[in-house]
Design a protein around this ligand. Sequence first.
Ligand code: BES
Ligand code: ZN
Ligand code: ZN
Length: 497
Amino acid sequence: MIFDAVTSLTQRKKNDLLVVPFWQGKKEAELASKELGKLGSFAEEPVKLHDFKGKEGEVHVVYMTGQPEKRMALLGLGEEKKCTVEILRRSYASVVKLCQKYHLKDINVLLPKVPGLEETQVVRGISEGILMLNYTFDKLRSHSLKEHTSHLITHVHFVDASKEALKAAKKALTICKGVYLTRDLVNGNADDVTPQHLGEVAKALAKEFASIKTTVFDKKRIEQEKMGLLLAVNRGSFRDPAFIIAEYTGKPGSKDHTVLVGKGVTYDTGGLNIKPTGSMESMKYDMAGAATVLGILHAAASLGLKLNLTAVIPSTENSISATSYKPGDVYAAVNGKTVEIGNTDAEGRLILADALAYTVKNLKPTRIIDFATLTGAIEVALGNEAIGLMSNNKELQEKLIQAGDDTFERVHPLPLFPEYRDQLKSEIADIKNIGGRPGGAITAAKFLEEFVDHVPWAHFDIAGTAWCDKPKRYYPQHASGICVRMILSFLEEHVRK
Ligand code: BES
Ligand code: ZN
Ligand code: ZN
């Protein structure tokens, strides 16, 4: 996608569509941008006849003659007083749907004047709404290139946009490229997106950016490091595990260091506690945490953020074979803590435990944030809208909630009261990896908390939000790429300062 700016209405070049924003007025739709001049006549009838009311996300196409574009889309933004950046995202996503339907690739966009919002915020909202939906995953289709990719918008020209506004659009594009990387990895086949493949992707980042250094531990090195839990989960798989460390240095002199840890289970069968039919089919997305941290790193490095950020990914399949790890057995983590396996399907917390303990011991983190499709329980608790957040640090938690509100990738906290720890007691080891049905998302986080010592830490359970069964708002079907925009906002607002 290419964004550029056209200085005025008269400077528009020939293309597929002109998008004109409207408010939903008291009586009829009202123009939300500057005067249209002659062009306004094309919008007159639908507005007068109330065929177009200007409701949020409403799109009405009229055909024009004698103009650079053959079509005009009247786009409703709802009531002027209620307009927000999020409403802009949603409304402009409707334009993408229209473009997909009619195969429109090159569009002119008139900017609305929104009370209370700066031009850069307006353009950010519009750009994000367009970019987030203007995505397709077609690698698994035959004839895919002909049938699908061609439906994407390739050019957006903002009419009358300032330099600053265009900059905001380009920044949104850079961030959304990170979102696309995340989505591509999550949508890919589990037999393609293996632990080794994730390692290759992390290495490719180091090739692309001089500011990134990537190290991938193979099985032998993982054994030397004594990551007993990652090795236990890996036992049933014919593929080796990988432990990936990708370090982005954007502020060389600074000790401030954010470590992002992502669950990289490239397929979760459940292990010997096998998942039933109906619960396993989507388990290629159990590496969404890993994909998220890679997407964030890509965006941060592309923007050249002045901060230090490391992605840590423990990765393996959770498969079944004669060599699988066994419920009832005890395995030791990298820090020596012993864990009784109550259920082999609670594997995410095991590999994360090794990654967290390794991070605390070796990477000097100022803060750790992990991302994991960790529990079905988070979907029961929060559904598919809010991302579950559990943290041992109030300040960090508040900032992340703020970033969630700013990007509308909303985050909701759950408590980590000490009493929940009782559910993880083991008779034979230091701790057990399951805590029973009550508060399943919380006890999973309590398990992780045991491995972070006193480092400020936040855990995102994205099992309910990383995957959309159906498209919604500006999220296409399947991988959502959620958390990338949110963490970029967190890093820019709260870490860089
Ligand atoms: N990968 C799953 C969690 C999950 C469930 C992700 C649904 C996405 C959608 C995780 O490894 C798991 O199986 N968790 C178990 C834990 C239980 C055995 C304590 C669960 O949630 O049922
Ligand atoms: Zn599992
Ligand atoms: Zn899992």
